[in-house]
Design a protein around this ligand. Structure first.
Ligand code: SF4
Length: 238
């Protein structure tokens, strides 16, 4: 994507905290990019997935996105989310965010490789489990992990949404695919119209399911409800 190309940007907001994964609790800004190659059954970001919605949002160049982020109070991290930002070449965006002294984390389902992944400070690979009704592309995910330079691999982790027991089994299988070298963060799904209490109950259920597995094999697995959902529900821009 050259400097003059524009993408749909449904949201830029912050400061807030990262609600999931290895950076949970860290102060950050979010950049949400429009467009996704998936359509998960419980997606909580349909405004960045449904083209009828995100094409009503403004279009910005990479430089304009960075200018919007720089106008916010400084925090150490910027999270690039979607949709799937991996559909685009964001090398300029990542470079300019680094020039402005931000660390950059990408969140992607791991369906597409981009060379700029090797410029990231943290990478959340979030393959979608059976309850999403999406088909998992293991070859694409393995290809991405193999292409990472060691410095980025060290800061890469799996973040798998879990709604059902088969979802947990899927998450642990993906963890096994990488011989346990990528930490696994299980992110308990919050369905539309659910309350934080519903999600805490589901988290307790996931913890019970996890007891059925050998804890010596899965020492680098962590189970969390989505903190941003507990704090703000499905509200946008938080
Ligand atoms: S990959 Fe993420 S953004 Fe895309 S449809 Fe699934 S949950 Fe939504």
């Amino acid at each position: 994507m050259d400097a003059g190309s524009k993408v749909y940007v449904p949201e830029i907001f912050g400061p807030t905290i990262q609600g999931e994964g290895a950076l949970v609790g860290k102060q950050c800004h979010f950049i949400r990019i429009g467009g996704c190659d998936y359509n998960c059954s419980w997606c909580d970001s349909m405004h960045a997935v449904d083209s009828r919605e995100f094409t009503r949002c403004e279009q910005l160049t990479q430089h304009e996105i960075v200018a919007r982020v720089r106008a916010l109070p400084f925090v150490p991290w910027v999270v690039l989310s979607g949709g799937n930002p991996a559909l685009f070449d964001f090398r300029i965006l990542v470079d300019e965010l680094h020039d402005a002294h931000f660390n950059v984390q990408l969140e992607t389902q791991g369906s597409r490789w981009q060379n700029w992944f090797n410029d990231l400070d943290a990478l959340a690979l979030s393959p979608k489990p059976p309850s999403s009704r999406m088909r998992f592309n293991e070859n694409a995910l393995v290809g991405i992990v193999k292409s990472l330079r060691p410095q980025v691999f060290e800061h890469t982790f799996l973040k798998v949404p879990v709604l059902t027991a088969p979802d947990l089994e899927f998450a642990l299988d993906v963890h096994d695919t990488f011989s346990g070298e990528l930490p696994l963060y299980v992110s308990v799904v919050a369905l539309p119209n659910e309350t934080p209490v519903d999600v805490l109950k589901r988290t307790a259920q996931v913890v019970e399911w996890f007891k059925e597995y050998d804890s010596r094999t899965y020492q680098d697995v962590r189970i969390f409800p989505q903190q941003h959902f507990l704090l703000w529900g499905h509200a946008r821009g938080r």
